[in-house]
Ligand binder design. Structure first.
Ligand SMILES: [Zn+2]
Length: 68
């Protein structure tokens, strides 16, 4: 592991100051062969946009007025 470097798992680009998606999933029973495994990956915004274009339904979007 590189020290504290965040990399997009899809395109391999270094994620620096931009916002990005970080997903962590612990698979439970009824998964197909991933029981008890924790999966984690990061996606840069460009890869996220490309990914959701393949969704049948777009993500639910809520406008947040107070950004942290
Ligand atoms: Zn990417």
């Amino acid at each position: 592991m590189e020290n504290n470097k965040i990399v997009c798992h899809c395109c391999g680009n270094l994620i620096e100051k931009e916002d990005f998606l970080s997903i962590e999933k612990v698979w439970g029973y009824f998964s197909r062969g991933k029981d008890g495994q924790k999966h984690q990956f990061n996606l840069c915004e460009a890869c996220y946009d490309r990914w959701i274009q393949g969704f049948k339904y777009a993500p639910d979007v809520t406008e947040i007025t107070e950004l942290m």
